[in-house]
Design a binder for this molecule. Structure first.
Ligand code: CMC
Length: 431
């Protein structure tokens, strides 16, 4: 097949620059602009509105059609039929595991969940009210000091060990940040429990009181993990790739991803949604809030609405909406005022011209906060749970990048908008 090209005419007196057009397996074609630098120009796309930052075989999103695939499998099928670790195996290896591979994978994760004992001292340096995300950024980053051998990212074996350490220990790191907030003793992982049940155990059990996880609630949380596991080149994943592009230590790279995820426009949205619903307080006030969100002179936004890529219903939101009903039904909370407020907000926004025109639909975080609250998880832990789940995807994306022999350090260029050259004026001569 002949190579398709795009022509860029920079100046009518010069010949057009021909740029190859690359075709992926799915999704839009991509104009390969790498050669432009030789012609003395760069592309300008702050916020990466129309820029593919890399080639990846892990996750595919069609935002207009509302599709999300992990390694080709629709998210609906995975959320319905797989468990989280099965999905992680798929993200990392590209194929679903056989029963034997799954058992081996689950065992490896289970037996690496404990933290190095010295890490306890790190926790104790924090104020008791430290936000769990602040603790996670630090403790995950600090793991680089505990496992220095994993810094050798050129060695696939060291990379693999780091991947298992990160996946297995992140739930412990997250659960302990909550225990520390509460002033309760840290609960050690239990090898008899699965990944998700174990996390709930470390969160809710105390040395005086065991915690028997309800299978419906474990399944709901497992589904939240699956839905958040990867989402192609979002801000935090791109941050992990950017940090990892210098072959930095993997623990430092994931810590950078956690830092980026924390923001309210990204992973912090689930916490922000719940705070917003709490503030509304009453179904009758929903209209007022929608009006505020539409006011161009007011920076307020409805948290949990809109997405850079989805211009249709976020498929994860549709699944999470159903999970929300299941969990509230199981717990007899269908009349929960917050859930009623959320449904009313969803109804009004979906019928409103402003939201229809701008294609603003509820996103996954609109519902996940309600489910997490029903599971007895405190609001401050919501983003930490997103980070825990997304660690699986960050690791897959990091490993894909580092193992690519054609890899180069990420080094964006800029459109310089500052002053031109000027001469230094000594302090005593400045007016
Ligand atoms: N409420 C009211 N107006 C909105 C909202 C909202 N939630 N989101 C976007 N808009 C408006 C925005 O004001 C802009 O209007 P105009 O064209 O008049 O200037 C237009 O819609 C396009 O918005 P944008 O900011 O250019 O879109 P973006 O792609 O840069 O931002 C977003 C995407 C998710 C940051 C944004 O929709 C938002 O701030 N949403 C609320 C936060 C949120 O729920 N974030 C979670 C995202 S899903 C989880 C994840 O993947 O991290």
């Amino acid at each position: 097949m002949t190579q398709r090209t795009a022509k860029l005419l920079l100046d009518e007196h010069r010949a057009a620059i021909e740029l190859p057009v690359l075709r992926g397996t799915l999704g839009p074609d991509v104009v390969d602009t790498r050669a432009l630098g030789k012609h003395g120009v760069f592309t300008y796309d702050p916020g990466f509105i129309a820029t593919a930052s890399c080639a990846s075989s892990i996750t595919f999103i069609d935002g207009d059609a509302g599709l999300l695939y992990y390694r080709g499998y629709p998210i609906e099928q995975l959320a319905e039929q797989a468990d989280f670790l099965e999905v992680v195996y798929l993200l990392w290896h590209g194929e679903l595991p056989t029963a034997e591979q799954k058992l081996e994978f689950d065992n490896l994760v289970t037996y690496h969940t404990m933290l190095h004992d010295q890490m306890l001292s790190l926790y104790k340096g924090f104020r008791r009210d430290a936000h769990p995300m602040a603790v996670m950024v630090s403790i995950i980053g600090a793991m680089a000091a505990f496992y220095p051998e994993n810094a050798n990212v050129a060695d696939p074996h060291q990379r693999e060990i780091a991947m298992f350490r990160l996946l297995a220990k992140t739930p412990t790191v997250a659960a302990w940040s909550y225990k520390y907030n509460r002033g309760e003793p840290f609960m050690y992982p239990q090898n008899r429990l699965g990944y998700t049940a174990n996390f709930l155990h470390m969160l809710h059990a105390t040395p005086c009181e065991s915690y028997e996880p309800n299978p419906v609630l474990v399944r709901a949380l497992d589904r939240i993990f699956i839905l958040h596991a990867d989402h192609e080149q979002n801000a935090s994943t791109s941050t992990v790739r950017m940090a990892g592009s210098s072959y930095a230590n993997p623990f430092a790279c994931i810590s950078a991803g956690i830092a980026c995820l924390w923001g309210p426009l990204h992973g912090g949205a689930n916490e922000a949604v719940l705070k917003m619903l709490e503030e509304i307080g009453d179904v009758s006030k929903v209209g007022e809030l929608v009006k505020k969100a539409k006011d161009r002179n007011n920076p307020f936004r409805l948290m949990g609405f809109g997405h850079r890529v989805y211009k249709n219903m976020d498929p994860r939101a549709a699944i999470m909406r159903q999970t929300c009903h299941d969990v509230l039904g199981e717990l007899g909370l269908h009349d929960d005022p917050m859930f009623k407020t959320a449904l009313e907000l969803e109804r009004i926004a979906l019928e409103d011209d402003y939201f229809i025109e701008k294609k603003l639909y509820p996103n996954v975080d609109f519902y996940s906060g309600i489910v997490l609250k029903a599971l007895g998880i405190p609001t401050s832990m919501f983003t930490a749970i997103f980070a825990l789940a997304r660690t699986a995807g960050w690791i897959a994306q990091w490993n894909e990048m580092v193992s690519d022999h054609a890899h180069r350090i990420a080094r964006p260029r800029q459109l310089y908008a500052g002053p031109g050259r000027r001469e230094f004026v000594p302090l005593d001569q400045r007016g």
